[in-house]
Design a protein around this ligand. Structure first.
Ligand code: ATP
Length: 280
């Protein structure tokens, strides 16, 4: 049994209403999407803008309610879970969003952002929470000296590291990464991508990695699910998708890669977490 099993997921959004407020127009954002994700595996969901990737990621965590289909996480039905149980399940299923400026509260210090899940989900005292936050900031390569800072004092790359630390607070089994480097400067994308990959290896994390750019996923994804207009076009191991794609659409996505991240710019986490290094 896989860690995550998604079957026949569909979702439409209403896009227009008539003068009485009745829904008259629909976008079929996701149609009949199925896939599995094993523990410790990274599955990239790729496709151009509007393909339905983010909607799939959000439905897996039930941040958006699907119209139909099933989502099973660790053997449990996510879509029928009662609110209390869903809250418990979400300890193990976290999400990292594209823009850390909007995913982190500007009024909360880094320490507050990272420890908030511990306040909600555990009975650790303040000292233990601060210690855990310091450990997590070390793990993501920015160190505990940032604990008292506010988001406005950090760069985009540093903020995304804080968002990653926050996602790790409750020892999740799976993280939905929704375009986690798309909003970052090109110069720090490889660093954050490699941090994610090294954390995955170290902690045995599974990633559902939503990404519009095939150039970015070669270094991190084990398998790829290609989506177009809400449907799955093709799925396969990353090496096979890159070397021998079956579908014209996948070939077109590959042909559109403008500037792949050279493997020489792929750093190890050990160098990222060095206190002497100044990450972006
Ligand atoms: N809340 C919503 N209301 C109406 N339409 C929506 C909503 N969310 C998404 N859509 C539509 O559903 C379709 C799929 O959107 P989605 O964001 O999942 O695509 P995506 O592949 O993640 O694209 P992008 O990379 O641009 O975010 C799009 O046509 C989008 O406009």
């Amino acid at each position: 049994m896989s860690l995550l099993e998604v079957a026949n997921l569909s979702k439409s959004f209403s896009t227009r209403r008539d003068f009485l407020g009745r829904r008259t127009g629909w976008t079929h954002a996701v149609h009949d999407v199925s896939f599995t994700l094993d523990a410790g595996e990274c599955l990239a969901v790729v496709g151009e803008s509007g393909a339905g990737k983010s909607t799939v990621g959000r439905m897996v965590l039930r941040l958006i309610e699907p119209d139909s289909g099933t989502v099973t996480f660790d053997g449990e039905n996510v879509l029928s879970a009662k609110p209390h149980r869903l809250r418990e399940m979400r300890r193990a299923m976290q999400m990292i969003f594209q823009d850390p400026h909007s995913s982190l509260d500007p009024r909360m210090t880094v320490a507050d952002a990272v420890t908030e899940p511990l306040i909600v989900h555990t009975d650790l005292d303040r000292t233990a929470r601060q210690r855990r936050a310091g450990e997590l900031l070390d793990k993501v390569g920015i160190g505990p000296r940032y604990l008292g800072r506010y988001p406005a004092e950090l760069s985009g790359g540093q903020l995304q590291r804080v968002a990653i630390a926050r996602a790790l607070t409750l020892d999740p089994k799976m993280i939905v990464c929704d375009e986690p480097v798309a909003a970052l400067d090109v110069s720090v994308r490889a660093q954050v991508l490699n941090l994610l990959r090294d954390l995955q290896e170290e902690l045995g994390l599974a990633y559902l990695f939503v990404c519009h750019d095939l150039a970015l996923i070669e270094v991190i994804a084990d398998r790829v699910l290609v989506m177009k207009s809400g449907e799955v076009v093709e799925t396969g191991f990353t090496t096979q998708i890159y070397s021998d794609p079956e579908e014209d659409y996948t070939r077109a996505l590959l042909a559109a890669i403008p500037d792949p991240i050279p493997r020489s710019r792929v750093f190890r986490a050990s160098s990222l977490s060095s206190p002497t290094r100044s990450p972006g």
